[in-house]
Write a protein that binds this ligand. Sequence first.
Ligand SMILES: [Zn+2]
Length: 117
Amino acid sequence: MEELQIAEIRERLLQMRREMTREVQQSREASREIGQDGVADIGDMSASTYARDVLLNLSENQRQRIRDIDAAIDRLDQGEYGICLRCEEEIEPRRLEVRPFSRYCVECKTEVEKFGE
Ligand SMILES: [Zn+2]
């Protein structure tokens, strides 16, 4: 992979990471606000518990995404970027275009989702 391309991908990954970090912070703050919303009647309480759970799940996904992005940057540094971690074939460029932090090619991704890693 060419230097220029590597620099471009790295920049994109870092940009995504910044956005994701900001979102995690925002949802953390939002869930804290919901958590301190005083004690209203039971109907309100379950609604806010639900909202908080949604936000916590969301931020868990985002944290996972940040880990994926970090791992992709590592692979970029090691010259292993764009190689499927499972079958070691090259990941389709179009897939990397959409998800630059992809760890697997499409086939492996499908298998991993079905059978686990
Ligand atoms: Zn694969």
